[in-house]
Write a protein of this length. Structure first.
Ligand code: SF4
Length: 478
């Protein structure tokens, strides 16, 4: 049993005593205070608060990264997310599903460069059977028993239930059946992909065919009950309001409270990391929406439609503003850093906040370490999803170490459990042995089927009615 820090609803968001207590982990922000803080606290001060909180949790010295390979085993998917440039329906020339030999070769290449983990996610492909996944995991573990398999996000599990029709009365029981089969075959932990924005009004509009927030959270609850650690994610900077971002963090914090309170004493898992990143627009249907405020159609006096619709309790309805979903508000570097800083302050029960250099570029990713992030994420050999949408940054180990060191920290390689593998404080550190940095420039990511054609259009403009509030009941006994 653990008790979260108290709320102080009556205090102003900028109250120095409140903010000092949040930095010390002695108080937590209410959703209203968090929204107010985002709007009223200047970006630099918000970053400094998040940095102080991060240093209180992670110390002054080490900041981490992991070496993994992001393997996207198929791009064939039944969903039609309008922010996605990766998905194919199956008939296109560049639709693919990697066979087991190709997947094993990718793991082999990772191990050869000292990698410790694969992050394996794919489209939701109805042609793959449960045995296909079980056999794949078994093959990976038999050839590479030391490689951590971090795989299959909640939307994939929801579709596994639909495709495989496993035994069970409730969604969670069915998920647990599939999860148990995959764990027994070699699955080690779950990534938090597919979080996007939880608020129904936004989620229904951008994620056609993808699970709702309650299903996403239920999969993660099942994972935590089985003892898996997971991450949580948020993709922002499109049609959502700022209150939607806070609501998203509130759901993660609330379900994490329950996981810690109810499961920690019996070997349960939890969210160990939160990573947020801005929407990448290239080659997407969502990216074709006009950018709000740029064409003279929206004056400064008008609220962004996403803000007009968003509610801190997630009950916003698309009918609350006729312009909702018809324009997008992209998040630049400042909005990214402010949102990440807010996540560090709000999510007091999550250990790691990851910086997203893959989407923001190496140097904003580096700045993220001074805005509340303790982790630079992955030295990534391969990534196919955000690179399809225009983000093509790629860093090797020396570069990521140099970015961390130049930010004032000692780089350290970690594993998926955030245990340290190597601390680079000696002259043989990857960045300190480089003699010619011109040979170590950021490169384009390796990408499967990296065609330049846009994702299949025709999935924009979902008809949407009133949004229902999310059932926040956490059903541990299902
Ligand atoms: S983002 Fe959506 S459409 Fe794209 S692969 Fe994932 S589930 Fe499929």
């Amino acid at each position: 049993m653990s008790t979260p820090p108290p709320l102080h609803q009556h205090l102003d968001a900028l109250d120095p005593g409140l903010l000092g207590a949040v930095v010390d982990g002695a108080a937590r922000l209410t959703p209203e205070q968090a929204l107010d803080l985002y709007h009223r606290c200047d970006p630099q001060s918000l970053g400094r608060l998040a940095d102080r909180r991060c240093r209180a949790l992670h110390g002054e010295d080490l900041r981490t990264y992991v070496i993994d390979r992001n393997i996207n085993y198929t791009n064939i998917c039944t969903a039609k997310c309008i922010f996605c440039a990766f998905k194919r329906s199956g008939h296109e020339d560049d639709a693919y599903t990697l066979d087991h030999d190709a997947l094993l070769q990718k793991v082999r290449e990772l191990v050869e460069i000292g990698g410790t983990q694969i992050l394996m996610q794919g489209g939701m492909n109805p042609d793959l059977s449960l045995e296909w996944y079980v056999d794949l995991l078994g093959s990976i573990k038999s050839e590479f028993p030391g490689v951590h398999v971090h795989a299959f996000s909640p939307p994939e599990f929801i579709e596994f239930v639909r495709f495989f029709d496993p035994p069970g009365e409730t969604l969670k029981q069915k998920v647990l059946y599939v999860m148990t089969r995959l764990r027994d075959a070699g699955l080690d932990s779950l990534p938090g992909g597919g979080g996007e924005i939880f608020a129904p009004a936004v989620r229904k509009r951008i994620g056609l065919g993808k699970c709702d927030a309650e299903s996403w959270l239920t999969v993660m609850r099942a994972a935590h009950e089985m003892g898996f650690n997971t991450s949580a994610t948020m993709m922002f900077g499109h049609i959502e309001g700022i209150a939607d971002r806070v609501h998203h963090m509130e759901l993660v914090r609330r379900w994490q409270d329950a996981a810690i309170d109810e499961l920690a004493d019996r070997g349960g898992g939890r969210y160990v990391a939160f990573i947020s990143w801005p929407f990448q627009a290239d080659n997407t249907v969502l990216g074709r929406l006009p950018e709000w405020g740029l064409d003279g159609g929206d004056g400064d006096a008008d609220p962004f439609p996403g803000d007009a619709v968003a509610r801190l309790d997630g009950t916003g309805k698309s009918i609350d503003h006729k312009g909702f979903g018809r324009s997008r508000r992209m998040a630049g570097s400042s909005a990214y850093l402010r949102t990440q800083a807010l996540s560090r302050l709000y999510l007091d029960n999550i250990y790691s906040i990851g910086s997203s250099w893959v989407t923001m570029g190496p140097h904003i990713g580096q700045m993220g370490l001074l805005w509340g992030a303790n982790d630079m994420g992955s030295v990534m050999m391969e990534e196919n999803v955000v690179s399809s949408a225009g983000s093509t940054h790629c860093l090797n180990e020396a570069m990521i170490c140099r970015l961390i060191r130049d930010a004032g920290f000692t780089p350290a390689q970690r594993d998926n459990a955030y245990d340290l593998l190597r601390i680079h404080d000696g002259p043989d550190s990857p960045d300190l042995v480089v003699e010619d940095w011109s040979l170590n420039r950021p490169d384009r990511l390796i990408s499967e089927g990296s065609g330049d054609e846009p994702a299949e259009p025709g999935c924009g403009g979902s008809p949407e009615g009133a949004s229902a509030p999310i059932d926040l009941t956490i059903k541990s006994s299902d």
